[in-house]
Design a protein around this ligand. Sequence first.
Ligand SMILES: C[S@@+](CC[C@H](N)C(=O)[O-])C[C@H]1O[C@@H](n2cnc3c(N)ncnc32)[C@H](O)[C@@H]1O
Length: 323
Amino acid sequence: VSTIAASHAGLRDPELAQRLRGALGTRPRRLPVECFYDDLGSALFEAITYLPEYGLTRAEWRLLCRHSSDIARLVPSALEVVELGSGSGRKTRLLLEALARRRPLPYRPVDISAAALEACRREMAGRTGVTVDPLPMPFLEGLSAAIEMRAPSSAVLVLFLGSNVGNLEPPERDRFLSAIRRRLRRGDALLITADLEKDASTLEAAYDDDAGVTAAFNRNALARLNRELGADFDLAAFRHRALYAARERRIEMHLVSERDQTVRIPALGLVIALAAGETIWTESSYKFRRGDLAALGRAAGFSGTAAWQDDEWPFELALLVAE
Ligand SMILES: C[S@@+](CC[C@H](N)C(=O)[O-])C[C@H]1O[C@@H](n2cnc3c(N)ncnc32)[C@H](O)[C@@H]1O
């Protein structure tokens, strides 16, 4: 039983419902990324991280194994860690253990998924020196709340892992990084990761695995609209599709309507007609090149202090410091 109540009213949250109405009600039809993460969606995402095709999590794990002590040397020892979209925090534990070797470490995971935060709290339970204070909120609200709690003499290290930055559209991404920077003070830091571009077939398999877990994760977003908003999506009439758009350097995940159909979403006051072959675009996952994170950081007011890559599954980890 989850003991962390999400401050969020799920898909009925007025701000999210408003965005959902706009995204689904106009073409191309889309879904906000938050729609994935109810308890079931969080469990399915955790399963994705174990898939043989999904190399991202293992690459990030290897980078954190190799470089946590380098990171600990590069950040101030009076430190508080805030993680945006922590999920289960399974990989973060490696870094927190390295940081907490120096002195006690407050850790504030921010996530809209109560189930993810509960898993994260369990993951960290009993780790020497780490105090966990979960914040069930959207990213920037959670960061602001964490900043209000900071001890005046501590620096803040913000974590944005899992190549989460790739789920933001470029203009939104730039605004988001600047919004993080505005909440920080000089000397605070941002540790961020990005999946690097690789061949299309490897990427498409990572988002369309043989066991069908990613397809289930994708379809669960519609199942959630049925459960929480009284929608009548016939899930069997939608096919999962992942394709790599090389020019835009992004994986696109879609749910393709297999036939002409009309769907009602009473809680949004919406009736949508989908033609056979029309898609609901559920997620973009942008891919990057070496050095992109430092450049994005510079544009948002950070200096790139260090960056490390995994060669087995091209992936980048960068430490950016607020100037
Ligand atoms: C792709 S998962 C990554 C989880 C973890 N960082 C990892 O690397 O395995 C994204 C996480 O961010 C959370 N999330 C998505 N959008 C969010 C938002 N707007 N505010 C807060 N959390 C969000 C989800 O609930 C989910 O746990």
